[in-house]
Ligand binder design. Structure first.
Ligand code: SME
Length: 184
């Protein structure tokens, strides 16, 4: 709570963030509850989507253990449905820039509008290997006013890294991100 308060006063101080433990199911649930508070504090007083998307990627990349990439791919045709994703704010190594909706895990998420929880990316047909270190992936749709605005993608070197608790926790965080921004 002290760290959250410090954010609201000083806007942002990375050193106030404490590393999150996700080593057990209950610790993971508690960590996602804490992440929601940290994200709320981070967005406080700021409604610019680019600033908030950048901070969101940094927060997830920094706080969620065992990730090698975390970030947005955007439907730049929004509010039209679109057919291709373009790289947005992220944390991690340089990545593929454009992903058609019919390619990869991110494309599957954009095409179906459904969360993609992939335990082994090498078994996923059409997976795009931006970073050879990635073995598991979680991709969530980001909808604004009911239309696909983009996806949020997380990669991990550990097979089976993501489970339903990650999907639920990240869904709540993505919803908070959408509510925290102006979209006009
Ligand atoms: N693996 C993704 C591509 C994006 S990178 O992981 C950053 C996919 O198959 O869509």
């Amino acid at each position: 709570m002290a760290a959250v308060f410090a954010f609201t006063v000083f806007a942002m101080h990375a050193d106030d963030l404490t590393a999150l433990d996700m080593s057990t199911a209950s610790a993971k649930r508690a960590a996602y509850a804490e992440l929601l508070k940290q994200a709320e504090a981070l967005f406080h007083g700021e409604r610019d989507w680019l600033a908030n998307a950048s901070q969101f990627s940094a927060l997830i990349g920094q706080q969620v253990p065992e990730l090698n990439w975390a970030g947005f791919y955007l439907n730049r045709d929004y509010p039209k449905p679109g057919s291709e994703l373009v790289l947005g704010p992220f944390q991690g190594k340089v990545a593929c820039v454009r992903i058609p909706f019919d390619k990869g895990v991110c494309g599957a998420c954009a095409r179906t509008g459904e969360i993609q929880l992939v335990e082994d990316v090498h078994a996923f047909p059409g997976h795009i290997a931006c970073d050879g270190a990635s073995n598991a992936e979680l991709v969530l749709p980001v909808r604004v006013n009911g239309v696909l605005w983009g996806v949020f993608d997380m990669d991990s070197p550990r097979h089976g890294r993501f489970d339903q608790t990650d999907a639920d926790g990240m869904s709540a965080l993505v919803s908070l991100f959408v509510r925290a921004c102006d979209w006009s």
